[in-house]
Design a protein around this ligand. Structure first.
Ligand code: NAD
Length: 451
């Protein structure tokens, strides 16, 4: 029986391994992590992450051929294939700070593999890593290898948060990169056989190691670039009277462009796009390609511009001051002293507070982040209901595309807000005309302005 171990029970490690387990009943899959609370959560009824369909998959195979454990060394030693899916955040200090990927977690995982292994291993890069990382990992593993044969593969993950299980069940493609040696190709074949349990052969792409490593960064950079392109157009639409939804539809009909990823928004967030582009920029700079680096930097600049444009629009629409005004969802507004009340059906208060902190907001009063402190000014609050968030507010910002936000009773919301009542639609999810009939002043991103 083939044994798989995955180091890192996070957003990627947990769901990807659960899907391998359910699709390959003859393979034993153990997901290990140094975080006991994470592993306890994977072994409980409340999984550490929310993804549609994930609960059912985990429940169907946990305890049969899918296990979660903190006994990292034991399971790594026993495995034939080791996926490494640890976090690779942006470095915060030292060489490359603010751009380069921090490979500390990867390095310690690789050193641990080298320490405990007693049999040949296939080590799979599941985390997103800079191109050429496999070369460094090989050095760590093969130095003092005690005769053990290690084959490093790159198998980047393309799932998107929110559709992880669907993406894993029906991936557009699975990418496997390996050394062009007989040993490397044998390892590629072994991993291909795992995926072949459910992925059609034509969707499994094999490449050399560096192509696979670079393709992950390239894919995220291209997706983010598309978002920045349409957002750049949204600014021009607002300036000229064009409507970004109409422009997107018109250009998306061109089969060379295609209709996906063309919705204007307040910009990309999430954990990956910004981090991966910064990483790409750093790699370009390290390889003596400053012009290429500048090209990708611009994608992030436009994203930042779009966010500040949105905040500026909110502030200027509301008579140039939001001081003390209650507004639903918008962390940038805190800097302008708005009272922000946040509601998101899928996000916990902990996550929101962490997100605010991670955005390195320049807090005048860091106590804002600790609402439990007696001296804290409670400028940001998290509520559990959209109506509660909007109650008494001067303006509502819509920043995510949850269906729930399309179906809200906006008359009820209007009745409970201060007047004039503003809606700032950063995703173009609401019917602006209907809201205007109710009495709202509506700003829809990339669309002609409300009179
Ligand atoms: P995560 O932070 O959710 O999980 C990483 C886990 O690794 C944590 O639970 C941490 O405790 C564990 N870990 C760190 N060092 C360890 C060690 N030495 N031994 C055992 N466990 C260790 O991260 P994630 O979102 O799952 O992302 C993992 C990688 O996949 C990153 O490189 C990320 O860029 C990439 N990725 C993420 C997504 C996404 O949507 N989240 C999509 C594709 C790729």
């Amino acid at each position: 029986m083939v044994k798989i171990c995955c180091i890192g029970a996070g957003y990627v490690g947990g769901p990807t391994m659960a899907v391998i387990a359910i699709k390959c009943p003859a393979i034993e899959v153990v997901v290990v992590d140094i975080s006991k609370p994470r592993i306890d959560a994977w072994n409980s009824d409340t999984l550490p992450i929310y993804e549609p369909g994930l609960d059912d998959v985990v429940k169907a195979c946990r305890g049969k051929n899918l296990f979660f454990s903190t006994d990292v060394e034991k399971h790594v030693a026993e495995a034939d294939i080791i996926f490494v899916s640890v976090n690779t955040p942006t470095k915060t200090r030292g060489l490359g700070a603010g751009k380069a990927a921090d490979l500390t977690y990867w390095e310690s995982a690789a050193r641990m593999i080298a320490d405990v292994s007693k049999s040949d291993k296939i080590v799979v890069e599941k985390s997103t890593v800079p191109v050429k990382t496999a070369e460094a990992i090989e050095k760590i593993l093969t130095h003092n290898s005690k005769g053990i044969n290690y084959q490093i593969l790159s198998n980047p993950e393309f799932l998107a948060e929110g559709t992880a299980i669907e993406d894993l069940f029906k991936p557009d493609r699975v990418l496997i990169g390996g050394r062009e040696t007989p040993g490397g190709q044998k390892a590629v074949q072994a991993l291909k056989e795992v995926y072949a349990h459910w992925v059609p052969e034509e969707n499994i792409i094999t490449t050399n190691l560096w192509s696979a490593e670079l393709s992950k960064l390239a894919a995220n950079a291209f997706l983010a670039q598309r978002i920045s392109s349409v957002n750049a157009m949204s600014a021009l639409c607002e300036a000229t009277g064009a409507n970004v939804s109409e422009v997107s539809y018109a250009i998306g009909k061109d089969s060379r462009i295609g209709p996906k990823f063309l919705n204007a928004s307040v910009g990309f967030g999430g954990s990956c796009f910004q981090k991966d582009i910064l990483n790409l920029v750093y790699i370009c700079e390290c390889n003596g390609l400053p012009e290429v680096a500048n090209y990708w930097k611009q994608v992030i600049k436009i994203n930042d511009y779009q966010k500040s444009r949105f905040v500026n629009r909110v502030v200027s629409s509301m008579f140039n001051t939001v001081s003390g005004k209650k507004i639903d969802v918008c962390k940038g507004l805190v800097g302008d002293k708005a009272q922000v009340s946040i509601y998101d059906p899928q996000v916990t208060e902990d996550q929101i507070q962490r997100d605010l902190a991670m955005n390195k907001f320049d807090w005048d009063h860091p106590m804002h982040l600790q609402p439990t402190s007696p001296t804290a000014v409670k400028q940001v609050s998290v509520v559990w209901d959209a109506y509660e968030a909007a109650k008494g507010a001067h303006g509502v910002c819509i920043l995510t595309e949850w269906d729930e936000f399309k179906k809200l009773d906006y008359q009820k919301i209007f009745d409970n807000m201060q007047k004039p009542a503003f809606v700032f639609d950063g995703r173009n999810v609401v019917d602006a005309e209907k809201l205007r009939e109710i009495g709202f002043i509506v700003y829809s991103i990339g669309k002609p302005l409300d009179g």
